[in-house]
Design a protein around this ligand. Sequence first.
Ligand SMILES: NC(=O)c1ccc[n+]([C@@H]2O[C@H](COP(=O)([O-])OP(=O)(O)OC[C@H]3O[C@@H](n4cnc5c(N)ncnc54)[C@H](OP(=O)(O)O)[C@@H]3O)[C@@H](O)[C@H]2O)c1
Length: 313
Amino acid sequence: MDLRLDGKVAIVTGGSRGIGAGIARAFVDSGAQVMITARKEPGLREAVAELGSGAAYFIANSGDPAAAEAAVDATMQSFGRIDILVNNAATNPYAGPLVEVDEARYDKTFQVNTRGPLFWTQQVWRQAMAEHGGVVINVVSCGAFYLDARLGVYGMTKAALVHHTRQLAFELGPTVRVNAIAPALVPTAMSGVSGARLDTWGERVVLKRAGTPEDIAAAAVYLASEQSSWMTGQTLVLDGGMTLGLAPDQSQSAADGVGEPGAAHRPGGPAEVNRVPGGSSAQGAIPPRRRRRPALAADGDGPARVGRGDGRA
Ligand SMILES: NC(=O)c1ccc[n+]([C@@H]2O[C@H](COP(=O)([O-])OP(=O)(O)OC[C@H]3O[C@@H](n4cnc5c(N)ncnc54)[C@H](OP(=O)(O)O)[C@@H]3O)[C@@H](O)[C@H]2O)c1
């Protein structure tokens, strides 16, 4: 069975690198034209140059509803239609206990990861899909289903996005199908995991390796294609078997986890989470007072602009 997207037009948010770039590549290879978005122009320009003439970019912060409207409008102007939206861009400016989070980072995480996909979907619905149908794919995370001592806020945004996927599938069907993909660890800028720590995590999952953007992209092509035409409201978990259980970590102390979507995951109820045998606290244990907090992530938010790799607007 050959999965093809010939004649389709897709928007991939956060398409300049990592999983989003992998999805954009696979869409172009399957015959689609693609508009990628992100905040920083150099990465977008480079990605579009690599994707070739079937791609264009638009600078837009995914958490900004006005940028969503402008990006969808620019895609209609450039390509004349929109068949597929991939809500892939996300942020994770805070790694720490939920109970310690400050308002700014809590709000920013929800703004980009949860509000963003809603307002982008609203725009493609209004400007294109209500009339001729389409497909929306939300990139969530295994963090939506499992607990991690440092990723509570991020996990909440992704869990909300799973519900959002089901709700919008219910509301927009049969015209628009809405599904989600929940990856476990894929080495990217966001996961920030490489080298020995990556090997360690890979050894602990059933399929003995971390994911790749291509793994996620293959699922996205399936969800975007006619071959999944009887599927909506679902979340595909791509995790190398992580959610079946992780083998014990032999190589490092319990206090050294891998981060997104991390070794601290433990199947079971909250009482089992992040406790090492003997009752001592494990990775991400909540300190009584945190004097220093991780700084806000460097933010490339800027004015919305459109461009093509070949210099055309
Ligand atoms: N990597 C993993 O292990 C993993 C696991 C589970 C789920 N995920 C999910 O997979 C998706 C992609 O993550 P990734 O690992 O590929 O991340 P990544 O390599 O860091 O790429 C993130 C992309 O999103 C863009 N972006 C970030 N913040 C944005 C914002 N506010 N507005 C618009 N664009 C923004 C980035 O470009 P700019 O910086 O230029 O804006 C970049 O293109 C996310 O939804 C993430 O939650 C990742």
